[in-house]
Write a protein of this length. Structure first.
Length: 283
């Protein structure tokens, strides 16, 4: 019985892994809670009285972070870029992934491998060729260029994810639609897309979270302050605070402004993300 229990994942190694995951989760939640509390405290008391809540309730830290850092324009730029890029990514990747999952030819297998390899290429390796290419077509220091880069660099992961998901869908439903006279396009739009809704939402949310926090590409390709995204605005705010005297309460408030929207989105739709990834992994 003991061997059977260990074989089914309830041995010491399994329990140790579960305990480690819970320990990591508690640590991360504790860090987030401390950051949220620090964002609502007077900056002089954050480190001098770290366990005291005597100055808790300084909501002006958020107002100061928002006004001093230029978060207003940066938030608008980020929302437009992230929403547009995520939607376009799913719209482009869904038909490509469906074709790769259903064609069954040798070329489609090679193309799927090509997209998988694209995931492993670090963006730091190709940033100089990308900069030269966008400079030649006049898209450096523009939101349009940043949008093109976000879509292009996130495409391999999205196609790879949706290919696995479309491949897990039952082929019998599509065969029945073909018998009824439905062509490939109609089958894709009316049969496969509704069945793949969980995977599409998963891809949309994962891309939104990743692009919301993206910093490196925006830092390289954007110079004007009015074109900054939220991560760049936060970096500029931190540099300003270093020269003018760090207001840690406002700094933590700025971090919260950046982190909390995606954290709330993940908490709200986290189960759907896990379900979508699980369904796409098992046929």
């Amino acid at each position: 019985m003991r061997k059977s229990s260990s074989r089914h994942g309830h041995g010491p190694l399994y329990r140790g892994g579960v305990g480690l995951v819970w320990l990591l989760a508690v640590f991360n939640v504790g860090v987030l809670a401390w950051m949220g509390i620090a964002a609502l405290r007077d900056h002089t008391a954050i480190f001098s009285q770290p366990w005291s809540l005597s100055t808790f309730g300084e909501f002006g830290n958020f107002a100061k972070a928002w006004s001093d850092s230029g978060f207003g324009a940066a938030a608008l730029n980020t929302v437009l870029l992230v929403a547009g890029s995520a939607v376009v990514l799913v719209a482009i990747s869904a038909p490509a992934a469906y074709a790769l999952a259903r064609s069954g030819t040798r070329i489609s297998g090679a193309m799927a491998l090509f997209f998988a390899l694209g995931i492993g290429i670090p963006v730091q390796v190709i940033v100089i060729p990308l900069f030269v290419m966008l400079e030649n077509i006049g898209l450096v220091n523009s939101l349009t260029g940043l949008f093109v880069l976000y879509v292009a660099l996130s495409l391999p992961f999205t196609v790879f994810l949706l290919t696995a998901f479309f491949g897990s869908l039952p082929e019998e439903v599509e065969e029945a639609a073909a018998i009824d006279g439905a062509g490939p396009l109609r089958t894709f739009l009316q049969i496969s897309l509704p069945l793949a809704r969980g995977g599409l939402i998963t891809a949309l949310i994962l891309n939104a979270i990743g692009l919301w926090n993206e910093t490196f590409i925006a830092l390289v390709f954007v110079q004007d302050t009015e074109l900054q995204t939220l991560p760049l605005a936060l970096l500029g705010f931190m540099q300003t605070q270093q020269y003018s005297g760090a207001d840690y309460g406002a700094l933590f408030a700025g971090v919260c402004i950046l982190v909390l929207p995606m954290l709330a989105l993940y908490v709200w739709l986290g189960r759907r993300i896990v379900e979508g990834m699980t369904l796409g992994a098992v046929k």
